[in-house]
Design a protein around this ligand. Sequence first.
Ligand code: TRP
Ligand code: SF4
Length: 347
Amino acid sequence: MSEETKQPVPRRVLSGMRPTGKLHLGNYMGALKNWVELQNATNEDGAPKYECYFFIADYHALTTDYADTSGLKENVRDVALDFLAAGLDPKRCTIFVQSDVPAHAELSLLLGMITPLSWLERVPSYKDQQEQLKEKDLATFGFLGYPLLMSADILVYQADFVPVGQDQAAHVEITREIARRFNHFYSGGNQEILPEPKVLLTPSPKLPGTDGRKMSKSYGNTILLSDTEADVRAKLKTMVTDPARIRRTDAGNPEICPVFDLHKVFSSSETQADVRAGCTSAGIGCIQCKGWLADAVVKELAPIQKRREYFEAHPDEVDAILNEGAVRANQRAEQTMQQVRCAVGLV
Ligand code: TRP
Ligand code: SF4
């Protein structure tokens, strides 16, 4: 085939999420929604642009939550349901659970041999998290190795692109460094065995929770993908607003109101204009404004909840999807591991 007619090989995309339980709008807007777009992206000829792998990082959950693992299974299940509800489609991507693919652990072990401790100690999240999660003892080997395991997650698929938020960019950077060091020690002929992956930064809109702080499970201020319409309306009704708007007749300032931050993400530009005009002139009340927001959020969630209902009613199908995903992921990972074992002299 000539250069011009050759089909471009779809480039591999990989990303993962820790099983933190039911996912919220922040998880969706900051990651999942983007994953669905990547899985659906096509070239001009209609062929898929990427070969996508998306997984639930249950090993990673153990790096911090090792003391009580009783909820792990259920959390993995909840996240799997949310993946499918959000529109990840097993026909278009490979969906799996990390611990179903032992090659992640094997590669992590081998990469550990060449990874200087100082590289892991200087990853910003290492000290930050230790300080934030004071109630847990994170002076463990496993927690220090979090970025190393993440590197193995990525490199075991020889992934080209890793869609993550800014908070994970440093982890992709250390992955590149570890890959470079591996390639430096162990050559695979004229081709590098572990290509350096590139980060695909997911633009994450500012998504406040109902208390005005960043939407986060640990703050208890989230709107879940699985919340019913009534839940969404009730939660938004209690959301904090511009504190200067005490009475209905006080004018407000949408630019400092967390409700408006959500309007900017979910509402049409017409609705946003109506809010701006109505708020600054005291023409609308906050209850009405929040009602409009709820309409927009409910509309965004409707297709997600429809799919969730389907998969909740078909648990065997969810099992089959994860099993099939594990088979495909194991096959791809094994290809890399054969090269890796050989390169380090193990075979
Ligand atoms: N550390 C990521 C997070 O907390 C989850 C994760 C684990 C991941 N392994 C990965 C993301 C590999 C991308 C690629 O969000
Ligand atoms: Fe916020 Fe809307 Fe109330 Fe204005 S009207 S303060 S934007 S909730």
